[in-house]
Design a binder for this molecule. Structure first.
Ligand code: ATP
Ligand code: MG
Length: 574
């Protein structure tokens, strides 16, 4: 490609509303242009990156035995009603009507459509297993679209769905795709980690997420450096402390703690470690029998954070109580509530709280806390003890083989064993060897193709711009001639080199503009081209080109005759 026949539209400054570096740099490099919140046009330079990511994914999926098809973005509501997700999906599902007032959705995912295809096409065990995938636009009306294309509303996903005659075969394919994803993200040049994941609203059991490691990641991950344990913090289990509860050593006392609401502040005021405090979180449980909501408390150690997902799993659906609801039952504002002296209120205690003695908690009176609190003596044992908190660094690993560390990640892939969730709802069955009808086992496998581009830039950038691995850079090599328009020798040599590299199968951009060298260098660096060759009259006189890698500190002078092989070697090594 020649720059004069291409379209670059870089910016000097990043727009101020871009929160993360990848978003800033993608805008500055002119890779994407915003059309509406979470909806972007992929400009030519950005699209080249996206297409290369797609190509790697497609090659590996084909190699893994999956078969590509393409399903419609617009899907009839009936299918979603059949699966039950028309009601369940909530406002992320964009619904619309056609001219006949029939309901449709813009697909946020394609389980319904693929299951419909398979139930019509696959009748016999002989046609199984089968794995279909597509690389296709999704629309999710995200509540907070942000980070540019990383959490967009319209985005490109590789979604694959496999169908099996047995759970064993589903598990085999799940491992196959786990390995395939590992190869994909390795080829994409990303630092990543696969973690055990929650199955979320999609349902089913058995799930892993693939995360690109980056401080800006939205997800917290827990892993054990001494074993292969790794899980999303949403899921990672916090074990019960190894030691049981000690006996009470002090009397119960009510102390004034004016204006101290947060556990850290109460601890500082009382000059005790925050690990001696207990916080109470008031929630409203659905009391179906009474037809109303009922207040309950979740107790956590002062330094721990509630894990809502775990709590919902144990307790069932709940919402946080409002101030007036708390005041009505406990007679206190939220900052001073606690589990002592409350009758008939369910108390759910985290495992770490259940072993505490002589602790501090709210006194259910504004401006007061209780110190020296002990179970049995001062309050009943909790209604229920379970894991309700997020793990923290230093917790014991759930596999018992070391302690946990935390890091942040950007979820770029997600694989699920859906089992029979959709197949059952949509009556997707087959005849087994004995002619019996059976529901299919199903797996689904997604990669956020657009998100991969943002994640790669989160990992690869410097103050001059984007640094991408050659496998997904917009161009692998750029040729920057000095005075292309003025010097016949430079132009001839640059054109010849361009032809030679193209012939060698290298994806090369010849910057044939009449720009100052500094401008061209800066632009090529900003858009993330990993290799640069400078052609100048002085160099040509000595039979040399100047080469510089995007991350090299110094350039090198190379004989003209060797440059093509040199670049090929570099590109192979990458
Ligand atoms: P998240 O928790 O980030 O919302 P998800 O669990 O909803 O993701 P899946 O339904 O598993 O995502 O979709 C498969 C992949 O699609 C995700 O792993 C992610 O990489 C990508 N993805 C999901 N939502 C978005 C979005 N709003 N913008 C860009 N990519 C997305
Ligand atoms: Mg989501």
């Amino acid at each position: 490609m020649r720059t004069t026949r291409f379209f670059l539209s870089t910016l000097k400054e990043a727009p101020s509303d871009a929160e993360v570096i990848s978003h800033q740099l993608m805008l500055r490099a002119g890779m994407i242009k915003r059309l509406a919140a979470g909806i972007y046009t992929w400009m030519p330079i950005g699209l080249r990156v996206l297409r290369k990511v797609e190509k790697i994914i497609r090659e590996e999926m084909n190699d893994a035995g999956a078969i590509e098809l393409s399903m419609p973005a617009v899907q009839p509501a009936e299918l979603w009603q059949e699966s039950g997700r028309w009601e369940k999906y909530g406002p992320e599902l964009l619904r619309c009507k056609d001219r006949h007032q029939r309901d449709f959705v813009i697909g946020p995912t394609h389980e319904e459509v693929i299951t419909d295809v398979v139930r019509r096409e696959v009748k016999s065990y002989r046609q199984l297993p089968v794995h279909f995938y597509q690389i296709q636009i999704k629309f999710r009306d995200e509540i907070r679209p942000r980070f540019g294309i990383m959490r967009g509303r319209e985005f490109l996903m590789k979604d694959g769905y496999s169908f099996h005659s047995s759970f064993d075969d589903l598990q085999r394919e799940y491992r196959n795709i786990f390995d395939t994803y590992t190869r994909i993200f390795t080829r994409l040049g990303l630092k990543f980690r696969a973690v055990a994941a929650d199955t979320g609203s999609i349902g089913g059991t058995g799930s892993h997420e693939f995360h690109v490691l980056a401080d800006s990641g939205e997800d917290a991950l827990a892993y054990c450096p001494d074993s292969d344990f790794a899980a999303n913090v949403e899921l990672a289990e916090a074990l019960a402390p190894p030691d049981g509860r000690s006996a009470a050593t002090v009397d119960l006392q009510r102390v004034a703690t004016p204006d101290r609401i947060r556990c850290e502040d109460v601890a500082a005021f009382l000059d005790i470690p925050v690990t001696r405090t207990v916080k109470a979180i008031a929630i409203m449980l659905n009391d179906a029998a009474a037809g109303s909501a009922r207040l309950a408390l979740i107790l956590l150690r002062g330094d721990h954070q509630l894990n809502e997902l775990k709590a919902q799993k144990t307790i069932g659906e709940f919402r946080f109580a409002r101030e007036d609801e708390i005041a009505a039952v406990l007679g206190s504002p939220p900052g001073y509530i606690g589990p002592v002296g409350i009758a008939n209120i369910p108390v759910f205690a985290d495992r770490s709280v259940a072993v505490m003695s002589d602790f501090v908690c709210g006194a259910n009176a504004k401006g007061f806390h209780l110190v020296g609190v002990n179970f049995v003596r001062d309050l009943d044992e909790p209604t229920l003890v379970d894991d309700f908190r997020n793990v923290v660094a230093g917790d014991r690993s759930p596999d018992g083989r070391g302690t946990l560390e935390l890091c942040r990640g950007i979820e770029v892939g997600h694989i699920f064993q859906l089992r029979s969730k959709y197949a059952e709802a949509l009556k997707c069955s087959f005849l087994d060897e004995s002619g019996q009808g059976q529901v299919m086992e199903m797996g689904c496998y997604g990669i956020g193709v657009t998100r991969v581009v943002g994640a790669a830039i989160e990992q690869g950038h410097d103050q001059r711009g984007i640094i991408l691995p050659a496998a997904i850079a917009p161009f692998q090599v750029c040729i920057v001639p000095m005075a292309y328009a003025k010097s016949d020798t430079v132009r001839a040599a640059a054109d010849a080199l361009y032809a030679e590299l193209m012939h060698a199968g290298i994806d090369v951009l010849l910057d044939d503009r009449n720009e100052r060298p500094g401008v061209m260098f800066a632009e090529m660096e900003l858009v993330g081209i990993p290799h640069r060759v400078v052609v100048s009259e002085r160099g040509l006189a000595a039979g040399k080109f100047e080469y510089k890698g995007r991350v090299d500190a110094e350039s090198q002078i190379l004989p003209m005759t060797e440059i093509c092989q040199f670049l090929k070697n570099r590109l192979c090594a990458a």
